[in-house]
Design a protein around this ligand. Structure first.
Ligand SMILES: [Zn+2]
Ligand SMILES: [Zn+2]
Length: 152
């Protein structure tokens, strides 16, 4: 048991370096591997329920020394910070989010029925003398609010 767990932890540590350089890196897979801890539950915001405890290092404290457990948890907190920073550094306003008409305001309106987009200022001004979509010339029957879908 001890040997299995230690080699498992060792693999986790080695895998971390690889995972961090992988753009598809999923923190959840590491978290799943390590099981629940106080660190994880604070990161997940929701308090972990008993059913979610598939596997936990804390259950195996007889087999793993506190130092080893700490080492793993420190690595996890490092990974958590890294992925948070990666998410934060992803530019919130890319050029795709800017109104393609004026390039000055973020997209805030969706036209019906064609689903083309611009900012409110542009479409409101345009609709005063023209009901055709800027892009496809479809007759605009309505304008919906557009809010950027949350980045996943
Ligand atoms: Zn505009
Ligand atoms: Zn259109």
């Amino acid at each position: 048991m001890t040997v299995f767990l230690l080699s498992c932890l060792c693999r986790v540590a080695r895998a971390a370096a690889v995972l961090l350089s992988d753009p598809c890196f999923q923190l959840h897979s590491i978290q799943h591997l390590l099981g629940e801890s106080e660190l994880l539950s604070s990161f997940r915001a929701a308090p972990p329920s008993a059913e979610h405890k598939h596997f936990s290092l804390h259950t195996y404290t007889d087999y793993i020394s506190p130092e080893e457990q700490q080492k793993v948890e420190r690595m996890l907190s490092f990974l958590t910070n890294e992925s948070k920073e990666a998410a934060a550094s992803a530019a919130p306003t890319s050029e795709e989010d800017l109104c393609p008409i004026c390039y000055a305001h973020p997209i805030s309106a969706v036209f019906k029925p064609c689903s083309h987009k611009s900012c409110k200022a542009c479409i409101n001004q345009h609709l005063m003398n023209n009901k055709e979509c800027f892009f496809c010339k479809a007759t605009i029957t309505g304008v919906d609010d557009y809010s950027k879908p949350p980045a996943s």
